[in-house]
Ligand binder design. Structure first.
Ligand SMILES: NC(=O)c1ccc[n+]([C@@H]2O[C@H](COP(=O)([O-])OP(=O)(O)OC[C@H]3O[C@@H](n4cnc5c(N)ncnc54)[C@H](O)[C@@H]3O)[C@@H](O)[C@H]2O)c1
Length: 339
């Protein structure tokens, strides 16, 4: 492994461009960074080696033409075409015939730029493309990080990556302080105070492209299932909960509003009812977690401690192979990687 941690970004949307802005900004500041130092690395230790997309309006462009109002070290990188195995969302298809390359060409391209990690940040609902990207990472000797809700991090894939000295991390990034993390945190707090949660729901409204993509019924259903399961872990007793992306509202831009309702019981079954709303920015909310994972995984791989993938995935994803309570996941991650 070279001195810097090299990553290839697959899918150049909101999160990728925010990550690039962050790597530039945090060269000289630590303001807003959750963990400035993880496993001995700062953000200056991360570099981008390649970027891929399939949107006809993005492929072939320089990064510097795509990241607004920001100079970046990676400005001269050109967005290359990617693999496409699913139906592309309409809002991308309308930009022209998607630009793609073969699986073999993609593997060759990775072998050339030699990233340590392939970070999968493609649109929601791209199950087969995400699976192909995971396999391509493996075939080219790179670790894989799946931010999307596609199921890539199975026990079988974990073992296969491990057998090759690599890690696969996923699935479905859990933002630092997004709808799911906040919901889980509220239930954890109520439970820790002896309050019994009975019923809850979370309705998310957002205005970015990923929310638009999530309006497709099967994508929405998949995400609802992952969020609902992820939240249910926090309560010691089963309760009725529903959580999911409910509506796309363009006027919200990259922000997301989550509306929560919870019903719980205390002493003598006295009722407690809560109505809350939380407004956050989607892409920035994901980036602290991404940079933490890359650094923690990089150190674990170079120390040949590949089983630490479970600690990293439990901390960073809504649907990891081994699920843990949110408080426990954070605590273990910090004990192991944040000194
Ligand atoms: N906090 C967060 O933003 C957050 C949290 C959890 C999960 N995620 C997931 O991360 C992913 C990225 O989010 P985003 O807001 O940047 O999405 P986005 O819609 O802004 O960008 C996705 C990009 O992927 C490209 N793409 C689609 N199919 C592709 C393919 N087969 N190969 C290469 N590129 C492809 C699209 O053209 C687009 O540029 C989404 O799946 C999202 O659900 C994000």
């Amino acid at each position: 492994m070279s001195d810097k941690i090299k990553v290839a970004l697959v899918g150049f949307g909101n999160v990728s461009s925010t990550l690039i802005k962050g790597l530039e900004f945090y060269k000289t500041s630590t303001e807003g960074l959750w963990h400035p130092n993880v496993a001995g690395y700062t953000l200056n230790d991360i570099t981008i080696s390649a970027v891929y997309d399939v949107d006809a309006q993005k492929v072939g462009k320089k990064i510097s033409d795509m990241v607004e109002n920001q100079k970046t070290d990676f400005g001269n990188l050109i967005i290359q075409s990617g693999i496409l195995e699913d139906t592309i969302p309409q809002h991308i298809a309308q930009n022209g015939q998607p630009k793609t390359m073969s699986y073999a060409a993609f593997v060759e391209s990775l072998k050339k730029s030699k990233p340590d990690f392939v970070i999968n940040l493609i649109s929601s609902g791209m199950e087969r493309s995400s699976e192909k990207y995971a396999n391509a990472a493996l075939d080219s000797g790179c670790s894989f990080f799946n931010a999307t809700s596609a199921k890539t991090t199975t026990e079988h894939m974990k073992k296969t990556f491990e057998a090759n000295g690599l890690m696969i991390l996923g699935d479905d990034l859990m933002s630092q302080f997004g709808g799911t993390a906040f919901h889980r945190g509220m239930i954890d707090f109520m439970t820790s105070r002896g309050i019994r949660v009975q019923k809850a729901y979370q309705l998310d409204v957002g205005g970015n492209n990923d929310t638009k993509t999530t309006m497709a019924e099967e994508v929405r259903e998949r995400k609802r299932q992952i969020k609902t399961e992820s939240i249910s872990i926090e309560s010691p007793t089963p309760f009725r909960s529903t959580a999911g992306t409910t509506e796309y509202a363009e006027q919200l831009g990259d922000s997301r509003v989550s509306y929560y309702w919870m019903e719980a019981k205390g002493f003598l079954n006295s009722p407690i009812e809560m109505d809350l709303s939380l407004r956050t920015n989607d892409s920035t909310n994901g980036c602290n977690v991404i940079v933490d994972c890359i650094r923690a995984a990089s150190k674990s791989i170079s120390n040949k401690e590949l089983s630490k993938a479970d600690i990293i995935s439990s901390y960073a994803f809504k649907n990891p192979p081994k699920k843990s309570h949110i408080r426990e996941g954070n605590k273990t991650f910090e004990e192991v990687f944040v000194k």
